[in-house]
Design a protein around this ligand. Structure first.
Ligand SMILES: *Cc1c(COP(=O)(O)O)cnc(C)c1O
Length: 382
């Protein structure tokens, strides 16, 4: 299921909503939902942001075909937009493959990249050609490294390739992942060097020429992306100087890059108290839900308070040291601490930006707060 050639459709460049427009959009959703008890929390998916990110990818890395990592956010409207824009998909299970096929995406636009698969899932995807996943040096400074679990060590590459020969399985390329939320993109140089060694090893063993290099995910959107793209291009030039001319296909499995800034989460204040001079609020989503990433990493929260409805007369912009709790009975369910916020009241909103990556897909239903049931409203629909 690999070797696809997704192409960028001529869908224009797309433009993400400004923060002001996003807030306006959220306000309109709140007003139209006013009579519904269960109308919060909700997500906003900005399809303009999706189109803009896909454009940015192809503009910076025209030779690297992106296969979006579905696990990062499997929202159906988002997946459909990606499919229409011509990306491929990285699936990790038969269920994810089924979801993507049901959008009308052909199997050659799917890579089944979970390195260790249950037998039943392999049977489901029986016609796969194989990529060998190699372990790469952990030099990317990523928040989430994969090397302790995934990737063949140098000494394991020869036995794995031999085993594939004996089983008459077709290995057509090499993959790796530098780690999710990477910050040091020189890691691509180290990783591509390891991948190149695997290409050479396969050639020495007499395997048919490998023709795919899969550089995995790890990309973040924003200014760091151009840095990553430059580091990547240099490393490719160095280790695969004639690769593309000789038919090498380069693909990637970005997840966070496409989904993170495409989604915004609107939550409501559901409770308030003041204790020791600190204003403490409860909101209706938290670390068992969309903010599960806070268990690993605290510096990523960008939020805008939105004063709504009957509270909107207040104009005071003075801010206070505040704590924001999630809704569950878990004492560790704390979303923000020592965070400056204007004074808020019950029913005001806290809007969290860049909430598309490993948020709704990783939350659970603890205490009956069903993360997977949070609705999504679509902005910038064509
Ligand atoms: C999680 C994962 C990705 C996506 O990683 P991002 O850091 O979100 O880009 C890609 N490929 C594989 C195999 C993964 O496990």
């Amino acid at each position: 299921m690999v070797g696809a050639e997704p192409k960028l459709m001529e869908n224009g460049e797309g433009k993400p909503l400004s923060v002001d427009d996003l807030i306006r959009f959220i306000r309109s959703v709140v007003i139209s939902n006013e009579k519904q008890e269960e109308a919060s929390p909700f997500y906003v998916l900005d399809l303009g942001a999706v189109r803009s990110l896909v454009h940015t990818w192809f503009h910076n890395l025209p030779l690297v075909q992106p296969f979006y990592a579905v696990k990062c956010n499997p929202d159906p409207v988002f997946l459909k937009e990606m499919a229409d824009l011509g990306t491929g998909f990285d699936c990790a299970s038969s269920a994810e493959i089924e979801t993507v096929l049901s959008l009308g995406v052909s199997p050659d636009r799917i890579v089944f990249a979970n390195p260790c698969k249950p037998v039943s899932h392999i049977k489901y995807a029986a016609k796969c050609a194989l990529l060998i996943r190699v372990k790469v040096p952990e030099t990317s400074g990523a928040t989430f490294q994969f090397g302790s679990k995934f990737g063949a060590l140098p000494a394991e590459i020869i036995p794995l390739l031999r085993a594939s020969q004996e089983a008459k399985l077709q290995v057509i390329g090499v993959s790796f992942h530098i780690g999710s939320r990477a910050i040091n993109f020189n890691a691509f140089e180290d990783a591509i060097e390891v991948a190149k060694t695997a290409f050479n090893t396969a050639a020495k063993l007499g395997l048919p020429n490998l023709r795919i290099l899969d550089i995995g995910g790890g990309f973040t959107s924003g200014p760091q992306f151009t840095e990553a793209a430059s580091a990547l291009k240099l490393a490719l030039q160095k280790h695969f100087p004639v690769g593309v001319a000789e038919g090498l296909k380069i693909m990637a499995e970005p997840g966070r890059f496409f989904s993170n800034s495409s989604f915004t989460l609107a939550t409501s204040i559901i409770g308030k108290r003041v204790r020791d001079g600190i204003k403490e609020y409860w909101i209706d989503d938290g670390v068992s839900g969309s903010m599960n990433f806070l268990k690993y990493d605290h510096d990523e929260v960008v939020c805008t308070p939105l004063i709504t409805g009957k509270n909107s007369r207040r104009k005071e912009m003075k801010t206070w040291n505040s704590t924001v709790f999630g809704p569950t009975c878990d004492a560790e369910d704390i979303v923000l601490k020592d965070f400056e916020l204007p004074e808020l009241e019950v029913d005001d909103k806290l809007v969290f930006h860049n909430m598309g990556a490993y948020t709704s897909s990783c939350g659970n239903d603890f205490n009956g707060f069903k993360t997977s049931a949070i609705p999504t409203y679509i902005a910038n629909q064509k």
